[in-house]
Design a protein around this ligand. Structure first.
Ligand code: AKG
Ligand code: FE2
Length: 342
């Protein structure tokens, strides 16, 4: 399926901004071609018919809402730790430190791969056990989130295979040991309050940024707010709304894939504005192993198009980006928790 017409929030018909990829199609060749087109154009696309059921998605969103409805006192019991797991209060993150006057007007909760403390890999950066809210307060919460994590990780692995094919690589290219066998995968629950943010005044639900890693699979409720800017270097940035589609993931590429492809595939700037209605969204970030070296792919360079970037270690890149955007990561402090900005 290519693009179609949708009814906009203003109730006019508008042409779908992004490609819509039906991943259930058995025609892998044309899927890969369609994916390539989307990755070259915007690095953003919808994925439909992915096999994660709508009823289950509803349960994930209900559980998400229940967590954020807990009293602040309960949420701060599972405050973000040095592994980057747990609750991030309002304004803790500032995705665009240059333009923003205050932190993002949102609160969040990070969940990573569950590695028991007894496993030697639990000592690796960003790995280990998660923080979980008390099961007495939120029965079944952990089970729902762990199941969702597994399903969305599986889907991201299907997409990574398709990305390999779209780049004329073997479909198992990214399955090599050291690449995604211990990924820095993170599920993030987000809650944007019902305020209005004014970008002219430097207020944002999420400041302008590109994602850091390989790819992001974003589930949203039906409330709009996400915008993309296709030309990040343009003098005057043009922001376009990405409408939510029921049951679809919005998938976007991150900076590490842009580097891997020598700028062929796009890691596009995006942001969130709050329009007065509460909004929930759940991105899943799939990043390579901490020690994976990200360097130009063999099909993305030639003598006339040499690599534009030196190799980097995935974990170093991620740590750098976290450090400039998350003030709570090292602090691990339980005092001075800010309240929503309306
Ligand atoms: O909430 C959204 O729609 C997008 C969030 C986002 O871009 C992010 O957390 O990286
Ligand atoms: Fe993002």
């Amino acid at each position: 399926m290519a693009r179609f017409w949708i009814l906009s929030a203003g109730m006019g018909w508008e042409r779908q901004l992004l490609e819509c990829i039906d991943i259930s199609s058995p025609d892998v060749k044309s899927l890969a071609l369609q994916l390539r087109k989307a990755c070259l154009e915007t690095g953003f696309f919808y994925v439909i018919n992915h096999g994660i059921g709508e009823a289950f998605m509803e349960e994930v969103f209900n559980q998400t809402r229940k967590f954020f409805e807990l009293p602040l006192e309960e949420k701060t019991k599972v405050l973000q730790d040095k592994r980057n797991r747990g609750y991030t209060p309002y304004s803790e993150e500032k995705l665009d430190p240059v333009k923003q006057i205050a932190g993002d007007s949102k609160e969040g909760y990070y969940i990573g791969r569950e590695i028991p403390e007894t496993d030697p890999r639990a000592n690796e950066p960003y790995q280990g056990p998660n923080q979980w809210p008390s099961p007495e307060l939120l029965p079944g919460w952990r089970q729902t989130m762990e199941k969702y994590f597994q399903e969305v990780e599986n889907l991201s692995r299907r997409l990574i295979k398709l990305i390999a094919i779209s780049l004329d690589l073997d479909k198992t290219f990214f399955d090599k040991p050291g690449m995604f066998d211990h990924p820095m995968a993170l599920l993030r629950l987000l809650h944007y309050p019902a305020g209005v943010t004014n970008p002219e005044k430097g207020e944002f639900g999420a400041g302008a940024h590109s994602d850091y890693g390989m790819l992001t699979l974003l589930a949203t409720d039906s409330v709009p707010g996400l915008q993309i800017c296709k030309e990040k270097d343009a003098k005057k940035q043009v922001w376009e709304d990405v409408q939510p589609i029921k049951g679809a993931f919005i998938v976007n590429l991150g900076d590490m894939l842009e580097r891997w492809t020598n700028n062929l595939y796009r890691s596009t700037l995006h942001r969130v504005l709050n329009h007065g209605e509460e909004r929930y969204s759940i991105p899943f970030f799939m990043e390579p192993n901490f020690d994976c070296i990200v360097e130009c792919l063999p099909t993305c360079c030639s003598p006339s198009n040499p690599p534009k970037y030196p190799p980097i270690k995935s974990g170093d890149h991620l740590t750098y980006r976290y450090q400039i955007t998350h003030k709570g990561l090292d602090a691990n402090a339980k005092e001075s928790v800010p309240q929503p900005v309306h």
